[in-house]
Design a protein around this ligand. Structure first.
Ligand code: MN
Length: 259
């Protein structure tokens, strides 16, 4: 066994490294993205008991679950968007597992998002972050901390007004920069989707989905506990269910960081 793996467990056991769960609970109350009425909508999470130590199964408990792929803390595969539909290895089943693990770069824009729910991360803002913390390495996860996950009420989390939802997202300059100039694994956000609430009205609609997935990159939505991560120095493991032809899946996102 490699020394580094023995050391990893030793450091976790000694509390010098900590494991941080970036996942929100998945249940019937999990908020789901709302689309304009002309589009089909995704069901949320529901669960039916098969048996629970009863006549249907005297010694065992198990359930059936029904859930849209893009519910709660979830993974977006490149095939999720039309721009990524013809790429190779673009589904949950076919993405090489190595690509689920990478270093985390955490960009804290919580102050900007508190002041403006429509805040967009720009290329310029990322360059400011890089000047402070260093260049974003290839094959890293870029996680955008907005503290949006602290909006405990679903109404505040989805933040829908008459003109549609309002939540932070990406300016196309940021998505183009991360996909093409930094070659990241993908981006992770705290809101219900990787694009801003108003992104359907943008000049290039849904730039994060369109650009990132078109470049074979991944998305992570509805993350939490990003405030427990350092700007650099953590690793993230984000492995979706191996759904055949899957466009995404709920998943458990784990980070390992210095304590
Ligand atoms: Mn999604």
């Amino acid at each position: 066994m490699s020394n580094v793996l023995i050391q990893l467990i030793d450091e976790l056991n000694a509390g010098r490294l900590k494991l941080i769960d970036l996942t929100r609970p998945l249940g019937p109350k999990t908020p789901v993205i709302e689309l304009p009425p002309m589009f089909a909508s995704s069901p949320g999470f529901s669960m039916q008991t098969i048996s629970r130590y009863d006549a249907k199964g005297p010694a065992w408990y198990w359930n059936t679950i029904n859930v849209g792929e893009h519910t709660g803390t979830h993974f977006d595969a490149p095939v999720h968007w039309i721009t990524g539909k013809d790429l190779s290895n673009n589904t949950c089943e076919t993405i090489p597992a190595r690509r689920f693990v990478g270093p985390a770069c955490v960009i804290d824009v919580s102050r900007e998002a508190a002041a403006n729910p429509d805040f967009l991360l720009t290329r310029e803002r990322i360059l400011v972050w890089e000047a402070q913390y260093g260049r974003i390495p290839a094959n890293s996860w870029v996680l955008v901390r907005t503290d949006w996950s602290k909006r405990a009420d679903s109404k505040d989390f989805l933040n829908i007004s008459k003109d549609g939802p309002h939540n932070p997202g990406f300016h196309r300059s940021a998505s183009e920069f991360l996909a093409k100039e930094r070659d990241v694994l993908g981006v992770g956000v705290e809101a219900v989707g990787t694009d801003a609430g108003q992104a359907g009205t943008f000049d290039l609609p849904f730039p994060s989905h369109s650009i990132m997935h078109g470049a074979g990159k991944f998305g992570l939505a509805s993350l939490c506990n990003l405030d427990q991560l350092p700007p650099t120095g953590a690793i993230v493991i984000a492995a979706p269910l191996k759904i055949v032809d899957g466009s995404g899946s709920p998943l458990r996102v784990l980070a390992i960081a210095p304590a």
